[in-house]
Design a protein around this ligand. Structure first.
Ligand SMILES: [Zn+2]
Length: 102
């Protein structure tokens, strides 16, 4: 679960969803108000899982499944990816940019 790196308290549903959907680099901790950023590791991982999507779209199409099955599979995979991303969110005290190296 997401944990504030300043006060160490866990973020719950609404705060995590806000952190997930907002495009701003920082979101304030609901407990202590400290700005929290997504870790670079997390952002890289979530980007990778999004890049997997096209692959997962084409497999059922080439396997000859019907349109409904393909759409249903897609919706299920999409929900699963978002679910995993929400549950594995990692917070950082400092903005981690691409220039930080590693
Ligand atoms: Zn906090």
């Amino acid at each position: 679960m997401a944990k504030c790196q300043k006060c160490g308290r866990e973020w719950r549903g609404a705060a995590i969803i806000k952190r997930y959907i907002t495009l701003k680099p920082d979101v304030e901790c609901p407990h202590c108000g400290e700005s929290q950023y997504l870790t670079k590791k997390y952002r890289r991982r979530s980007l990778l899982s999004v890049l997997l999507l096209p692959l997962l779209i084409f497999i059922p199409i080439f396997a000859g499944f019907g349109l409904f099955t393909v759409l249903f599979t897609l919706a299920a995979i999409f929900s699963a990816i978002i679910g995993v991303q929400l549950f594995t969110i990692e917070l950082s005290n400092i903005p981690e940019t691409r220039r930080d190296g590693a």
